[in-house]
Write a protein of this length. Structure first.
Length: 255
C-alpha cells in the first residue's frame, strides 16, 4: 500500500452525478450515462486522482472503504445494513483474534464486516444452508480480500459443532429454534445477537431467551436519515428507508 493505484486494485470510481462503481483498475474504457473514462489513466497515479472523461466531466478513483464494500456486495438475499452492522460489531465486541459464529450467511454482508474486524489472527465461522448463497458470499468476501478469515459450514440444526465461541449472531427466520445450540456454542458471559424483521419474531425470540440462561436482554431499532448536501438549504432527503430490522442482544450465563 504505497498510495499508488496499481493494475488489479479495486477502486471506487466516483462518476459525474455522484454514482459510484466498484471496479478493478485496468486499461479499459468505462461508460456511464453521462460520460466515459479511460480507467487505465488512473494506473500509476495516487489514490484520489481525478481523470476527465471524454466530455470533460470529472471521475475520481477512491480506495474503497469497508462501508463501500458492504454497500456494493452482490445481493442474493436481504442483507444487514451498515447502520445495524456498526452496533453489532460493538455489542458482540468483535476484535482482532476472536472467534465469531454467524448463522445465516446469506450474501455475506455481515460476514464481511466480521472478517474485517477479527483481523488475520481471528476467524469467522459462518453457517448457510443454501449452496447458492454460500457461493455468492464467497465471491463477495474474495473481492474484499477477506475470504481466508472465514470458514464456511452448511445449515445448523441441533448443534454448531463449536464450543467457547467469543460471540454469536443469528440472521435466520426462526432464530428461537437455534437458541439452545447457540447457548452451547458460546463462552460463559459471551454476547449473543440476532436480527429479525417483524415484532412477532422479536416476541417469540424474547420468550425463548427468557427460558434459557441468557441475561441482559435488549431490543433496539436503529433509524437513519440522510440529508441533502446543500449548505444553503440543508434539509432531510424526501425519502428514507423506514424499516430494516430489529436487533436483539443478550449475554450467555451459566445454568
Ligand atoms: N446476514 C446476511 C447478510 O448480511 O448478507 C443475510 C442473511 S439472510 C437474511 C438469511 C439466511 O439464513 C438465508 O440465506 C437462509 O438460507 C439462511 N438460513 C436460514 N436458516 C438457516 C439454518 N438453520 N442454517 C443455516 N442457514 C440458514
Amino acid at each position: 500500500m504505497d498510495g499508488i493505484i496499481r493494475e488489479g486494485d479495486l477502486l471506487l470510481l466516483l462518476a459525474p452525478g455522484g454514482h459510484t462503481y466498484l471496479l478493478p483498475a485496468e486499461a479499459r474504457e468505462f461508460h456511464t450515462h453521462r460520460d466515459a473514462v479511460d480507467l487505465g489513466a488512473f494506473l500509476g497515479r495516487p489514490w484520489g486522482s481525478r481523470i476527465l472523461g471524454r466530455k470533460g466531466l470529472p471521475f475520481y478513483a477512491l480506495r474503497p472503504t469497508l462501508y463501500d464494500h458492504l454497500m456494493k456486495v452482490r445481493r442474493a438475499t436481504q442483507i444487514i445494513y451498515p447502520k445495524e452492522i456498526g452496533l453489532i460489531l460493538l455489542k458482540l465486541d468483535v476484535r482482532p483474534g476472536k472467534t465469531i459464529l454467524e448463522c445465516g450467511t446469506g450474501s455475506g454482508a455481515l460476514t464481511l464486516a466480521l472478517a474485517a474486524a477479527v483481523g488475520p489472527e481471528g476467524r469467522v465461522i459462518t453457517y448457510e444452508k443454501e449452496a447458492r448463497f454460500r457461493k455468492v458470499a464467497r465471491e463477495n468476501l474474495a473481492r474484499a480480500g477477506l475470504l481466508e478469515r472465514v470458514i464456511f459450514r452448511e445449515g445448523v440444526r441441533e448443534d454448531f459443532g463449536e464450543k467457547e465461541a467469543d460471540a454469536l449472531f443469528l440472521d435466520v427466520r426462526e432464530p428461537w429454534e437455534l437458541l439452545p445450540a447457540a447457548w452451547k456454542a458460546l463462552k460463559g458471559g459471551a454476547p449473543f445477537g440476532a436480527l429479525v424483521p417483524t415484532v412477532n419474531q422479536v416476541s417469540r425470540l424474547l420468550e425463548a431467551l427468557e427460558g434459557l440462561p441468557f441475561v441482559a436482554l435488549e431490543v433496539q431499532e436503529i433509524l437513519e436519515r440522510f440529508y441533502k448536501v446543500n449548505p444553503e438549504r440543508l434539509r432531510p432527503e424526501d425519502r428514507m428507508v423506514a424499516h430494516t430490522g430489529y436487533l436483539i442482544f443478550a449475554r450467555k450465563v451459566q445454568e
